[in-house]
Design a binder for this molecule. Sequence first.
Ligand code: PMP
Length: 287
Amino acid sequence: MARYAYVNGRYVDHRHASVHIEDRGYQLADGVYEVVGIRDGKLIDETLHIDRLDRSLKELRIGWPVARSTLGFIIRELMRRNNLRDGLVYMQVTRGVARRDHAFPTTPVTPALVITTKNTKRLDADPGPGIAIKSHPDIRWERCDIKTVALLPNVLAKQAARESGAYEAWLVDDKGCVTEGASTNAWIVTNDGELVTRQTDNGILAGITRHSLKTLANSMQLKFVERPFTLAEAKKAKEAFITSATSFVTPVVKIDGEAVGDGKVGPTARRLREEYVRFASQGEAVT
Ligand code: PMP
């Protein structure tokens, strides 16, 4: 069965899907994106993801390529065509196609919309053996709260992690504090059992999974605090884990080769993943 992509108004064969060479996303990284997790054919936290897309577009003064309700329809149609049950929907909006110039086009251009889907293994409550992290300097710009396609520092950090045998990179600012992962938010559980993740501001992306997990942690009566934490504190923590739309809650068992806690998946991360999987299973049904 052919796999479809949605490109500027058309559902096309994924193998031949393409955009113009002067798309500003391609030439200038002048665009934003979203990734929504799909579980049992349902979108996880659709409203929050589309709200964040709206915010990213507004911050960069890019218009909506289609009406918000139309976007929901297109996503569902693409999922239906691709028989998507578990995986993700990727959507990207760029400022559009224009003669190359750093400044915005002076004549009106239509923002470009591309949507793809990816089938993945259905994630379950079992977190597996946990992952290793490699630290990396955070060399990004000062608007990490906008979900732009300009991901080169994240790409380089992730690659350095993979080359060292780690799964994810944790980005460390000039004060020695962990900001977030290359494509995930970073959390620790202190020796006092307090759940810690960095506060949201321009320094990190306000993860949707992070947001939903915060609500779950509250309902589980876990002590939760948003504050900066250093890499040294993370290495001495009882537990650590990452969150994202595609990894849910994934425990961290090693940072820069040093075991976190006893080097095994901890009970808090395990419980939070179970709760998140339960929550994700209640998403909005695709009709
Ligand atoms: N931080 C960064 C830099 C990311 O790219 C992502 C993934 N989109 C996240 C955090 C996690 O965000 P979410 O939970 O919305 O997937």
